[in-house]
Design a protein around this ligand. Structure first.
Ligand code: GLU
Length: 483
């Protein structure tokens, strides 16, 4: 066991966006590091040049930052173990790989793609496992030297002896054992001089003094190869934790086809980072009680790898939405007003700038009625602009031949006796209702329609107070012209 303070890493291959599964891996690494006073490293695994996406690293860093899952070491944050971008470490991989060749743990392979293809076809026909037949392991040192001198294209392969049992313990999955016969003589260094994932990953985890490897279950089949590589180098093996797969509600592997998988998509749909983090934390982990609402600092306190489940975790969008509403409600109105001000910039409203005081009052009226901040201006657009139309169904149902006259009297009453307070709006309405011997509702419905254009929403007097006396009167007048 490794007894130093933990060093963990999130090692994404930059694809251009942060996958929710990637966020889960990053988060668990972060939580584990924070809980144990360890260090959380971000390492970029960009050795597959075919998959290079410009700007991907900066996008990834921005997405992690948005979630508050900040790394201690990595690109732009040197901790003495850099570079943290694999494409900047090629010489390290090349020279260490050659050491493996000297130790006879790896060998040069000059097989052409044509030969390898033919081999696969042959093995398939014979019903055998498709794997490299170690053709080049038998080349003499002299022959290798000649072919290298002649400039022949080569790869370096790991030499995996049959008949070995590869064993390791995984914090989540328990004791694991693989038979080496099932493993191919994995390419470590490719023809273009770039390492494969396996070589670079093991070298970096060793050189960056990673104590715990916490990653998705899809990497479990790679782990025996990594164990063999650690042994070949003579290095200590880190502690592994493989996190359960993320599943669609139909229990298939989480895929783009059934919904968004990029954290950025959720951001642009208006989800709060706090909700995203809370939700992702529960994909495969519980504290063992019923608690579901967590802030990031509470997660740090509660988290442990021992409580990560083995079975797949279903991505339930309804739960994420529920958590979004919960996190929204936990924020103060001034905090929400700041979010609202930002969100208004994305709206199609003609005016997007309002005073903080006004925004806070709108928030106070709407906060219990929304799950997303943008719903404040989507469902409550009337706070920000006059209604462009009046709900026809509500109008038919609620407007009577008396409505217009009642509204006119209400305006007169407001002009005389309203000081803009909720009580005075309400009192004026009661006075007119009494005078006309009608129920308050006979005025409330047309008033609501006049002010908002719709049939539901916050209390009608609250709306009136927020709009103010002048604007409310103006809106009633405009409405009356339609009656
Ligand atoms: N580069 C791998 C990925 O994209 C890293 C896997 C690991 O953590 O070892 O997820």
């Amino acid at each position: 066991m490794i007894n130093e303070t933990p060093r963990v890493r999130f090692a994404p291959s930059p694809t251009g966006y942060l996958h929710v599964g990637g966020l889960r891996t990053a988060l668990y690494n972060y939580l584990f590091a924070k809980k144990n006073n360890g260090t959380f490293v971000l390492r970029i695994e960009d050795t597959d040049r075919n998959r290079y996406v410009p700007g991907a690293v900066e996008n990834l860093i921005a997405a992690l930052e948005w979630c508050g899952v900040t790394y201690d070491e990595g690109p732009h944050k040197d901790g003495g173990y850099g570079p943290y971008i694999q494409s900047e470490r090629l010489e390290i991989y090349q020279s260490l790989c050659k050491e493996l060749v000297e130790k006879k743990k790896a060998y040069y392979c000059f097989c052409t793609p044509e030969r390898l293809d033919a081999l696969k076809v042959e093995q398939e026909k014979a019903g055998q496992q498709k794997k490299y037949d170690k053709h080049c392991i038998h080349l003499s040192d002299a022959e290798v030297a000649d072919r290298l001198a002649a400039g022949e294209r080569y790869v370096i392969r790991m030499s995996i002896l049959d008949g070995q049992s590869i064993e390791f313990d995984d914090i989540v999955r328990g004791h694991i054992s693989f038979q080496s016969d099932t493993l191919d003589d994995q390419v470590l260094l490719k023809g273009d001089g770039y390492p494969t994932y396996h070589l670079a990953n093991v070298i970096d985890d060793h050189q960056m003094k990673i104590t715990h490897v916490i990653r998705g279950e899809e990497w479990l089949p790679s782990t025996p190869k990594h164990v063999l590589l650690y042994q070949a180098f003579g290095w200590e093996i880190p502690i592994f934790s493989h996190l359960p797969l993320l599943l669609n509600p139909d229990r298939s592997k989480l895929s783009k086809r059934q919904g968004d998988v990029a954290v950025e998509d959720y951001k642009s749909k208006g989800f709060l980072p706090e909700a995203m983090v809370n939700f992702v934390a529960l994909l495969g982990w519980t504290a063992g009680d019923d608690k579901e609402f967590y802030q990031l600092n509470e997660l740090v306190q509660a988290f442990s790898l021992e409580r990560v489940n083995k079975s797949g975790a279903v991505f339930d969008l309804n739960k994420l939405t529920w958590l979004n509403a919960e996190h929204l409600r936990k924020k103060s109105s001034p905090e929400l007003a700041v979010l609202l001000a930002k969100s208004l910039q994305d709206s199609d409203l003609p005016v997007k700038e309002f005073t903080t005081e006004f925004l806070v009052s709108v928030i106070d009226a709407m906060r219990e009625r929304v799950e997303f901040i943008h719903e404040v201006w989507k469902n409550g657009s009337y706070f920000f602009q006059r209604p462009a139309a009046y709900d026809a169904a509500v109008k038919t149902k609620r407007i009577t031949e008396k409505s217009k006259k009642l509204m006119e009297e209400y305006i007169a009453e407001l002009q005389q006796n309203c000081d803009g307070s909720k009580e005075s709006f309400e009192h004026a309405l009661h006075v007119v209702a009494e005078k006309n011997e009608v129920k308050n509702a006979e005025l409330i419905h047309p008033l609501r329609l006049a002010l908002s254009g719709v049939g539901g929403g916050p209390g009608v007097y609250d709306i009136a107070v927020i709009l103010g006396k002048e604007e409310s009167i103006e809106r009633i007048n405009i409405f009356n012209e339609t009656l």
